[in-house]
Design a protein around this ligand. Structure first.
Ligand code: ADP
Length: 159
């Protein structure tokens, strides 16, 4: 049986912290579907299509990873792909409250889907999409913290 996990997020933009979470997740399951959430409430900097493209380009060589856009319920996306798990990453204690609420709510919606947390490498504990956006918008160099397809898009923003 193929074990599939969904890794949902806003990915505005995808960072090397996200990539590390995915690679760790691949040790636990056979395939990962990255669900790029529309998330209008967060008012993303990059539109949905661009965020999805950056994720797809990042994992272009990895056949076990697929990326899709979604706007509905996460558990519905899990059903659609036959996923038994939701993958999320934890950085610091500050992530916990929100992650706990989301995992509990998703469990309410579907008891059979397990949320699994992994911790990214220590070097990435301070990496967040928000800081990447802020630093890049002020002209800072974030090329060592994001995948190459993101570096190009961030340059594009300033030109
Ligand atoms: P969301 O809006 O759903 O929080 P994000 O794209 O910000 O979407 O994050 C998706 C998931 O990846 C979350 O579980 C978040 O905690 C995790 N994550 C993001 N950056 C890192 C990182 N540097 N290390 C570990 N986990 C991370």
């Amino acid at each position: 049986m193929t074990r599939i996990a969904i890794y949902p997020g806003t990915f505005d933009p995808i960072t090397l912290g996200h990539v590390d979470v995915v690679l760790r997740g691949l040790k636990l399951v056979d395939r990962i579907v990255i669900g790029v959430a529309e998330n209008t409430a967060k008012r993303p900097l990059f539109d949905l299509q661009t965020r999805l493209e950056m994720v797809k380009e990042t994992f272009a060589d990895e056949s076990r990873i697929k990326a899709v856009a979604f706007s509905g319920l996460l558990v519905e996306l899990a059903h659609e792909f036959g996923a038994g798990a939701i993958l999320r990453g934890l950085r610091a204690a500050s992530d916990f409250e929100y992650e706990f609420q989301m995992a509990t709510m998703n469990r309410r919606l579907d008891e059979s889907i397990e949320t699994v947390f992994v911790m990214a490498r220590e070097d990435y504990t301070f990496v967040s999409s928000r800081f990447i956006r802020e630093i890049a918008s002020m002209g800072g160099d974030v090329s060592s913290l994001v995948p190459r397809p993101v570096v190009q898009r961030l340059h594009g923003l300033r030109n």
